[in-house]
Structure formats: structure tokens, C-alpha cells
Design a protein. Structure first.
Length: 229
């Protein structure tokens, strides 16, 4: 039996048909401010607290302090330091020459290999994967991403990749085909003045999940999903 990770979003796990299968690469996508980072962190946090997982959170766009500011406001900070490593790649990204071909990806892989050996982590978040930047210089973008994902699979971890989506709904990106699952976060205007957060499982290979939209809220120290109205 494959182990399944819970999302720890109340009301949503039931709709995920038992959870996210171990070893999957999951895309968490959404426009700015849809709580992508918080949802991903929340999965790591709770699986560490309740399931004895070890997590690594790679923050490529936000400094560690900035991410922790958000995390603290949600009250999700009391976790054993050895069990959750936040790798702040912002500095490294500044140092590497972005015009040369993908050197930062090699830096990232080196770090992850080292952490795997020393911490033996099972959950990984990459926030966020600059797919456009990664593949713009590569002729066969899909193959390039494919090999990176294969590398992640060989690492024997379950990965959450955060991706920012444009507001153009007609665009489809290669990572959407290559990942095993997609969790979409949106903001919907529900009347003249109110905008609600929504969550939807677009795909999850090997899982009989609900494909509908749910309203997403953070209250009483936890994420909750309820029937969207
Ligand atoms: N305590 C809180 N309870 C509920 N919502 C909060 C709380 N603190 C912050 N937020 C919301 O969380 C949002 C930011 O969440 P987060 O950083 O996870 O989003 P994101 O999708 O990763 O954003 P970005 O596109 O900038 O990466 C804020 O805009 C705010 O609306
Ligand atoms: Mg974010």
C-alpha cells in the first residue's frame, strides 16, 4: 500500500480520496496572494507534527525572514528545528549568473542531495519554480523539465512545486502535464464586493478525487475547505 499524505485542510482531505500518494510531484498553482506558500508550508508543518515527516522548504523568491513573518502570522511556527529546514535560495540566486545556462539548478540539486543524506527528508517544497526562466534557453522545454522531475523522483521524496500562473486561462504549461497532481488556488468574486479564496484539485494521478471548487479559509489555526457558494 502506498502511503498517502494528508493536506491538513479540513474538509478537503475527504475530497482527496485519502490523500496525496507518496512520491508524487504536485503543482500548487495560483495567482499572487492565493496562499500558495501557506498551503504548502501547512502540509509540511502538520505532517511533521502528526506523521513524523521531515521536511525541506526551498524558498527561491522570498527571504527566510519574509516567509517566517507570514508563517508566524498563521501561528505555524512551533516545529522542531531539525525536522523542518528552510533553505533560502534568494542569496544564491543573486550570486549566480542568471544569463549562463541554469547554474542555480545545479546549486539547488547539490543542496538537496546533501540534505537528503544528512536529514533523510521525505517532503519537499520548491517555492517557486521559475519554469519560464528555466526553459527559455532550452530547445526542448518539456524534456528538460522531465529530466528535472525524474531527478526529483530518484531523490525519493514527495514534492510540492509552487507555480505562479498568469491570468490567461488559455495557456497550458509543460509542467501541468508532467506533474502527478495539480492543486489550484484562486480568488473569485462572489458578489458586488466580496472575493473568496477557492481551492480545487485539478488532477491527482491514481486517486479518485473531487474535481470541484471549495471555499478556502484559514481560521481557528487551520485551513478549512467548505462547499463553495
Ligand atoms: N493570519 C492570517 N489568516 C488568514 N489569512 C492570512 C493571515 N495572514 C496572512 N494572510 C493572508 O495570506 C496572504 C499571503 O499568503 P501567501 O504568502 O501564502 O500567498 P502566496 O500565494 O504564496 O503569495 P505570493 O504570490 O506573494 O507568493 C496574505 O495576502 C493575506 O491575505
Ligand atoms: Mg508565495
Amino acid at each position: 500500500m502506498v502511503h498517502r499524505y494528508k493536506s491538513y485542510i479540513r474538509g478537503f482531505d475527504e475530497e482527496l480520496g485519502g490523500g496525496i500518494p507518496e512520491g508524487h510531484i504536485i503543482l500548487i498553482s495560483g495567482t499572487p496572494g492565493t496562499m500558495k506558500s501557506s498551503v504548502a508550508y501547512n502540509i509540511l508543518y502538520n505532517n511533521i507534527k502528526h506523521e513524523d515527516s521531515v521536511g525541506v522548504y526551498v524558498s527561491l523568491e522570498q527571504s527566510r525572514e519574509n516567509l517566517l513573518f507570514q508563517i508566524n502570522s498563521l501561528g505555524l511556527q512551533d516545529v522542531e528545528e531539525l525536522k523542518l529546514t528552510i533553505l533560502d535560495m534568494a542569496k544564491i540566486r543573486k550570486e549566480v549568473d542568471m544569463t549562463r545556462e541554469k547554474p542555480w539548478l545545479d546549486v539547488l540539486k547539490r543542496h538537496l542531495n546533501y540534505l537528503k543524506e544528512t536529514l533523510s527528508f521525505d517532503l519537499l517544497v520548491i517555492d517557486s519554480l521559475p519554469v519560464v526562466e528555466m526553459i527559455s534557453k532550452v530547445e526542448d522545454a518539456r524534456a528538460y523539465l522531465f529530466y528535472f522531475f525524474e531527478w526529483l523522483r530518484d531523490l525519493k521524496v514527495t514534492t510540492f512545486i509552487i507555480s505562479e500562473i498568469s491570468t490567461d486561462p488559455t495557456k497550458v504549461y509543460p509542467e501541468e502535464f508532467l506533474t502527478d497532481g495539480i492543486i489550484l488556488l484562486t480568488m473569485e468574486r462572489v458578489n458586488e464586493v466580496d472575493v473568496h479564496r477557492r481551492i480545487r484539485c485539478v488532477k491527482m494521478r491514481g486517486v479518485n478525487h473531487n474535481t470541484g471548487y471549495f471555499t478556502l479559509e484559514f481560521k481557528d489555526d487551520a485551513f478549512q475547505a467548505s462547499q463553495a457558494i
